[in-house]
Write a protein that binds this ligand. Structure first.
Ligand code: FDA
Length: 394
């Protein structure tokens, strides 16, 4: 005999738990199933253990999707301030770090405890360390074959996340289920991920590993202004993670280091006031020392004095720093990617409820959907908003 539930949710991550709370509030008998040992593992490790749980400025412009309008309805119905109100109801201390990013003062575990308490209060059941063997249509609803036996439900919500960090239990289950029910997928790829350089490039910039600088990182028409970090494998830091979601293999990334500074004007003024100064010393007043040396070497100007430089040479040196063009070889992949771009094609989903248009009762929420946020609390906001939307209906 199969166990009977109103709603089965696969995945006890951010989206699945939010959906369970909302469906539970409507009096639905909810079961959340996860193969992991603990719920919300990605919440636990997020934001360096302090969970960047939302972004106060979150809006549709902060998300990538084949249909940029799809996320509007859910974000409008459950915004950053709604989640913040829940956090405050639990007395969880928080702070704004930068650019609207809200973090817990103490621990991401506070957020997990809050969600579990809410789930308990509405009677939503959580079953961990339980595998999903198959999912099929059964009467008007669904039958989920689990390692613990069959469960029947009127509504089935897929909240099993994307492919990022397989070591933490990420699987492609959501995509398989989508395909099984005839839903289209948008090709998936790692997002918010460090970029790698080929061995020849690494040889030239290898000595810069560990150097960070303020920069604007540009790919095509999109640019992000934050720190760039040079690593022993390539490029990282928030500006690179952000632009990685827009970058494609074979494309260049253009870095404008010290974007607020007009380096050419500063060097020309220094040439007038202190012409005997060595080029690399003058640059070290503007850039981290190792970068200054790197660009002076690259322009074959190390050891030269500013007075030796023509306007043209200064302009070219400045351009090498403020339009530094790098062609990444690839990315670090799902092993370290914070998110998965692409996923269940939104054209097959109702934007108000997250329900599959052709399969009544089947819902997709969170990261498995082709809606991916920037770095900075946006991805959790999508998980909360899409989970909330499905929870009103499932
Ligand atoms: P999520 O991946 O959280 O949950 C899916 C659940 O489904 C998991 O519990 C998993 O075990 C389960 N599951 C998967 N396959 C299954 C299967 N076959 N059977 C049963 N269960 C299965 N975002 C942000 O906004 N702020 C931040 O600070 C961070 N920080 C951050 C750090 C790191 C290191 C990473 C990797 C990611 C972030 N993110 C983030 C992104 C954020 O974690 C992500 O967008 C959300 O966790 C997505 O929530 P979901 O609920 O959709 O999936």
């Amino acid at each position: 005999m199969a166990e009977k539930k109103d709603v089965v949710i696969i995945g006890a991550g951010a989206a699945g738990m939010m959906c369970a709370i909302e469906a539970g509030k409507r009096g639905r008998r909810v079961l959340v199933i996860d193969h992991a040992r603990a719920p919300g593992e990605k919440i636990r490790i997020s934001g360096g253990g302090r969970c960047n749980f939302t972004n106060i400025h979150a809006g549709p412009k902060n998300f990538l999707s084949a249909n940029p309008h799809f996320c509007k309805s859910a974000l409008a119905r459950y915004g950053a301030r709604d989640f913040l109100a829940l956090v405050e109801k639990y007395g969880i201390a928080w702070h704004e770090k930068t650019l609207g990013q809200l973090f817990c003062d103490h621990s991401a575990k506070d957020i997990i405890r809050m969600l579990l308490t809410e789930m308990r209060e509405v009677g939503a059941e959580l079953r961990l360390e339980t595998t999903i063997d198959s999912v099929e249509r059964h009467g008007d609803g669904f039958r989920v074959m689990t390692g613990d036996g069959p469960v029947d439900a009127q509504s089935l919500v897929i909240a099993s996340g994307g492919k990022s960090i397989p070591k933490m239990g990420a699987t492609g289950l959501a995509y398989k289920i989508a395909e099984q029910f005839g839903l289209a997928l948008v090709e998936t790829r790692p997002g918010l991920v460090p970029l790698t350089l080929d061995p020849a490039q690494l040889e030239t910039i290898g000595e810069l590993a560990g150097v960070a600088a303020d920069a604007e990182a540009r790919s095509g028409k999109t640019a992000f202004r934050e720190a760039v970090l040079i690593t022993h494998r390539g490029l990282s830091g928030p500006a690179i993670l952000q632009i990685s979601s827009y970058w494609r293999e074979g494309q260049d990334i253009v870095l404008r280091l010290m974007p607020d500074i007009d380096i050419a004007s500063i060097l020309k003024a220094a040439r007038r006031s202190n012409g005997k100064q060595a080029v690399q010393t003058a640059l070290a007043d503007i850039l981290p020392r190792r970068l200054a040396q790197f660009f002076a070497d690259g322009a074959k100007l190390t050891g030269k004095q500013l007075a030796d430089l023509s306007d043209k040479t200064i302009d070219a040196l400045s351009a090498s720093i403020q339009a530094w063009t790098v062609k990444p070889a690839g990315s670090e992949g799902y092993r370290t990617a914070e998110v998965t771009l692409g996923g269940v094609d939104t054209s097959g989903l109702d934007s108000k409820t997250m329900q599959a248009k052709t399969v009544p009762g089947l819902y997709f929420i969170g990261e498995c959907v082709d809606v991916t946020g920037w770095l900075g609390g946006y991805n959790f906001q999508w998980a909360w908003a899409s989970g909330f939307a499905a929870g009103q209906e499932a």
